[in-house]
Design a protein around this ligand. Structure first.
Ligand code: SF4
Length: 339
């Protein structure tokens, strides 16, 4: 049975018309589902009983099951959800003085095999459906009553490898009749899937784009991120530049600092050139340890030196302490395991 929350408003309008109902019923259903958090069709008060029964015969209203919550010393929280088929995903809530940001998963596992990433090591299991993606937001908002301000698609999986469902989830989150979350409060992160970047740009929504760069040359990037062999830097940066100029949104680069791998003065100089060219900003993220991986973060002094070299090279940069390290919720650490 179709989960009604897999449908965008336009798709739901079509479904309602197939049931012989006027289009406004779709708006009413959206309002019930996303503004009032309805969990069953009996809560669709403005629908006559026969219609509620028809809806219940045609659609399901799914919900994620919370399996565990892990809280880090810095207050970052990780939520482990069980999906209907028994798979697990993780979402992370990052709190600052002005924002409550949820980091969403878009796939169970990931097929891109970045060598420093726990999701990549697990391999790919499946795409999340639109309702499983938006369900992470709904659970936090409706069940845990958390006032979210921002959404980032940076959890398990490569969002642009699940483009159709990502696009639907974004439209549902963004729709005024849905969750009403402004596109500029959403950020999609990618390891560098160029066709996906182009498609995201064509959606015409001012969504922020974050590119996981992690290395300033093809040789280094090929070793860390196999996706670079298909979409090398010249192609990726061109797509990023186009996204920025056409959509008017700033690009952010993520750069995980790995001791002895991508942290030399020369790396900083090359990275600064890339960042300047795209008028972007780069977030430096010291590597967070993952059991079984031999990478390590540079010393704090080396991290600062790298940051200063970037700034000297005219690049806008921040050095972030990765949040939620002690609960395996930091960048690259999500693996969707029941513990
Ligand atoms: S960093 Fe992103 S794209 Fe790379 S393996 Fe991990 S989840 Fe996949």
């Amino acid at each position: 049975m179709t989960d009604i929350k897999d449908l965008t408003l336009d798709e739901l309008r079509n479904e309602m018309s197939a049931l012989g109902e006027p289009p406004y019923r779709a708006v009413q259903a959206f309002t019930r589902l996303y503004k009032r958090g309805a969990l069953c069709f009996d809560q669709f008060a403005e629908f006559p009983k026969p219609l509620r029964e028809k809806m219940a015969g045609r659609f399901a209203i799914g919900r994620l099951e919370l399996e565990g919550v892990f809280e880090a010393r810095d207050q970052t929280r990780k939520y482990l959800f069980r999906l209907a088929d028994g798979e697990f995903i993780e979402s992370v809530l990052i709190t600052s003085s002005s924002r409550q940001t949820v980091c969403l998963s878009t796939q169970v596992g990931c097929k891109f095999g970045c060598v420093f990433c726990a999701s990549g090591r697990r391999g790919f299991v499946r795409d999340l459906t639109p309702s499983e993606i938006t369900g992470q937001v709904l659970y936090l908002r409706d069940i845990l009553e958390i006032g979210l301000t921002n959404v980032v698609f940076m959890g398990m999986g490569e969002p642009l490898d699940n483009l159709l469902n990502l696009e639907k989830a974004v439209r549902i989150l963004n729709a005024p009749e849905g969750l009403g979350l402004a596109a500029r409060r959403m950020t999609v992160s990618t390891s560098g899937l160029v066709p996906g970047i182009e498609r995201l740009g064509a959606m015409g929504l001012p969504i922020n784009l974050s590119i996981s760069l992690h290395a300033p040359t093809d040789a280094q990037r090929n070793r860390l991120m196999p996706v670079n062999k298909k979409y090398p830097l010249v192609v990726l940066l061109r797509a990023g530049e186009e996204y920025r100029t056409k959509g008017g949104r700033m690009i952010t680069f993520e750069y995980v600092l790995l001791a002895g791998v991508n942290d030399t003065a020369g790396d900083a100089e090359r990275l600064a050139r890339i960042v300047r060219r795209l008028r972007a900003k780069v977030n430096l993220i010291p590597f967070s340890p993952i059991p079984g991986l031999e990478f390590a973060p540079p010393s704090e002094a080396a991290q600062l030196r790298f940051l200063q070299a970037l700034e000297k090279g005219g690049a806008r940069a921040t050095l972030r302490q990765s949040k939620g390290k002690d609960i395996q919720a930091a960048c690259g650490q999500l693996a969707g395991r029941a513990r």
